[in-house]
Design a protein around this ligand. Structure first.
Ligand code: A3P
Length: 316
């Protein structure tokens, strides 16, 4: 009932008020919950609600990511793969709908207070996205055996991408966050759903144990080898491309539809705005590997690489 839901969120607010806090990237303090940092007004209560109430189905598909790691792109790709028989090229929802409205986030949308959709009544197969760390995932997701695609990215590019993103969406009244401050926060682990490295590590280990359940991929691999990776993804999702589809170039069509150049130039993504504070164009900046080279000093690179080499030696 509505009252029960309201009481739950009241309880989450009380818990949140007792959590350790640190100055964050924008005005709001970030807080530490189950070993990871969150912006309390942006998703933490939703995470808590999902932990208590989400009912998983074995055929659910999850796209899980670290923020700014290619979530928008992978949402489009997974949606494109899974719904490819539902639409013709001219009626495809990705042409008129931002990928974030095709595949909703748990914490920012579905379970944000108040929960917006009747998640239990969505038709199968449901496709969800989240940034929740592995150790905090709602238990039914792991118990149900549903499929998880996890995408992450070179932390140096993640940091630059987030720095630009927040500069675009932050309130004009706030003083800007310098890159030095951003590097310091990020290196200390103070980053949404971070420490970044711990978030990656959780899924990396789990994917080694359960490769059939967790498909682990990096933004860089997706960029380098899009065709092969999209085919692998389709196989992993239980919807491999048939010989006939390959002959008809269905794989290429999905890749083209979801490409940076195509998506960013669609009217919905250029001028649309699904969020009251910013336009959808904020989701599409440069879309390249290695832009950090244009911004980070050698000292910053050294500090970040040292943590990466220590915590994720075999990934980046
Ligand atoms: P840059 O800021 O480096 O350009 P997320 O979607 O997880 O928020 O990640 C955002 C990053 O993905 C941004 O990186 C953005 O430009 C890039 N991106 C968005 N759509 C993309 C696409 N279709 N292909 C490749 N990169 C994309």
């Amino acid at each position: 009932s509505i009252q029960k839901v309201e009481r739950s969120y009241q309880r989450y607010r009380e818990i949140i008020s007792t959590l350790p806090k640190e100055k964050g990237w924008i005005a709001e303090d970030m807080c530490l919950y189950e070993g990871f940092w969150y912006q309390p007004m942006h998703g933490l209560a939703g995470v808590m609600f999902a932990q208590e109430h989400f009912q998983a189905r074995p055929d659910d598909v999850f796209l899980i990511s670290t923020p700014k790691s290619g979530t928008t792109w992978l949402k489009a790709i997974i949606f494109g793969i899974m719904k490819r028989t539902c639409y013709t090229n001219s009626t495809h929802p990705l042409l008129t709908t931002n990928p974030h409205d095709c595949v909703p986030f748990f914490e920012f949308e579905l379970f944000k207070e108040p929960p917006v959709a009747d998640v239990d009544n969505l038709p199968s197969p449901r496709i969800f996205a989240t940034h929740i760390p592995y150790s905090s995932l709602p238990k039914p997701i792991l118990d149900s055996g549903c499929k998880i695609v996890y995408v992450c990215r070179d932390p140096k590019d993640v940091l630059i991408s987030m720095w630009y993103f927040l500069a675009k969406v932050r309130s004009m009244e706030l003083p800007p966050l310098s890159l030095e401050e951003a590097v310091d926060l990020f290196s200390r682990g103070i980053f949404g759903f971070g420490p970044f490295w711990d978030n990656v590590q959780g899924y990396w280990k789990a994917s080694l144990e359960c490769p059939k359940r967790i498909f682990f991929i990096t933004y860089e691999e997706m960029k380098r080898d899009t065709f092969v990776k999209v085919k692998r993804l389709a196989e992993f999702l239980g919807q491999p491309f048939s010989m006939e589809e390959e002959r008809e170039r269905v794989v290429e069509e999905i890749i083209e539809l979801c490409s940076f150049g195509k998506l960013r130039n669609l009217e919905v993504n250029k001028n649309g705005s699904r969020n009251p504070d910013f336009k959808n164009d904020a989701f599409f900046r440069k879309g390249e590997v290695g832009d950090w080279r244009n911004h980070l000093t050698p000292q910053m690179v050294e500090r970040l690489d040292q943590i990466t080499n220590e915590k994720l030696p075999s990934i980046f």
